[in-house]
Design a protein around this ligand. Structure first.
Ligand code: ADE
Ligand code: ZN
Length: 348
């Protein structure tokens, strides 16, 4: 299928995104607006280029935190919920679970309760404007230690925000092992929250094993190192634990894969692993969700049936009820069929 037709098909079918950092949907307009508010002028081209130049995970995370520092007033967070709304519309994402990382903001003295209210306002506005559903996963982060992660969790529990459905563990996997966060994850589960964690992004499969066996994470962010441990990959396929894979992000970070054509998502999918497709940080990696579907279709030989399966996997790996999964999967099937009926010249 040609690129133009593929984009038309993929935009017409509703999709889920489960691994998306909310701050990383920031638009260039928002960056400029914040820069103007803080420093009285737009950012120079070179400074902007420098902000988005990195060759490993640590370098990328520095830029991520720099962007968070651009937000000087808590109400600036409304800019991000507006950018999220545009991103969801552009990609026809009808359901998303997006990460929010509060630690840098808490260090500025912002109150979690106010941030939580802005997140709720954003989800409600997006639902009102577009009928799209947003849920949040608070990234308690492995980069700032266990105490900080537990403090983030305590704030989430106290906020009782129905739009926050779980916690996640982002940050530098090489610097802080999953096992350190066992008690935080146990406490989150006891409080009725869902738990997910980044693992196997830049560390071998032992990190994923710890994340599954010790943290009991319900989904793994990235998880690509499983592809280099065949027995574990088979176990993963049997367990049905979903992986949230972001091929362009992995290629930028460059630890396991430097060219999208070598990305192991196809190997994992063919081995029966429960794979979902995501962007991670769209503005930082210059990629949208529809681009990411095109990337795997074009470069890794996914069939159109495979593409539809990835879309369905997204809804089925989410934290919605079984009834809602069925309703959203039926909608994918009917939109998919309708698109082909409207384009009889295009063969499956
Ligand atoms: N925070 C935002 N993106 C991330 C990534 N790819 N890995 C770890 N932490 C992150
Ligand atoms: Zn991530």
């Amino acid at each position: 299928m040609k690129k133009k037709e593929f984009y038309d098909l993929l935009t017409s079918v509703p999709k889920a995104e489960l691994h998306l950092h909310e701050e990383a949907v920031i638009s260039k307009e928002t960056i400029n607006k914040l820069h103007k508010e803080n420093f009285g002028g737009t950012m120079s081209k070179d400074a902007l280029k420098g902000l988005f130049a990195y060759s490993d995970l640590a370098g990328f995370l520095d830029s991520f935190i720099t962007i968070q520092k651009f937000f000087t007033k808590v109400d600036n967070l409304y800019y991000i919920t507006d950018d999220l709304e545009s991103y969801l519309i552009d990609n026809n994402i009808s359901y998303c679970e997006t990460f929010f990382s509060p630690t840098s903001h808490l260090r500025k003295g912002w109150e979690f309760g106010r941030m939580s209210q802005i997140l709720a306002d954003g989800a409600e506005k997006i639902m009102r404007d577009t009928g799209r559903t947003v849920r949040y996963i608070v990234d308690v982060s492995r980069s700032f230690g266990v105490e900080n992660a537990q403090h983030n969790l305590d704030l989430v529990i106290a906020a009782k925000n129905p739009y926050i459905v779980g916690i996640g563990l982002g940050g530098n996997e090489e610097a802080a092992p999953a096992r350190d966060f066992q008690s935080v994850f146990e406490n989150a589960k006891k409080a009725g929250l869902h738990v997910v964690a980044h693992a196997g992004e830049t560390v071998e499969s032992w990190s994923m094993k710890d994340t599954i066996n010790l943290l009991h994470a319900e989904r793994i962010g990235h998880g690509i190192s499983a592809a280099y441990d065949e027995p574990f990959m088979q176990e993963l396929a049997e367990s049905r634990i979903p992986l949230e894979i972001s091929p362009t992000s992995n290629t930028f970070i460059g630890k396991y894969v430097k060219d999208i054509k070598d990305h192991p998502i196809r190997k994992l999918f063919d081995a029966g692993v429960n794979v979902t497709l995501n962007t991670d940080d769209p503005t930082f990696f210059k990629v949208s969700l529809v681009d990411e579907y095109w990337n795997v279709y074009h470069n890794l030989g996914f069939s159109l049936d495979g593409i539809k399966q990835l879309i369905l996997n997204g809804f089925n790996a989410s934290f919605i009820s079984d009834e809602e999964k069925k309703r959203r999967s039926d909608e994918v099937e009917s939109r998919w069929t309708a698109w082909f009926q409207g384009h009889p010249q295009v063969k499956l």
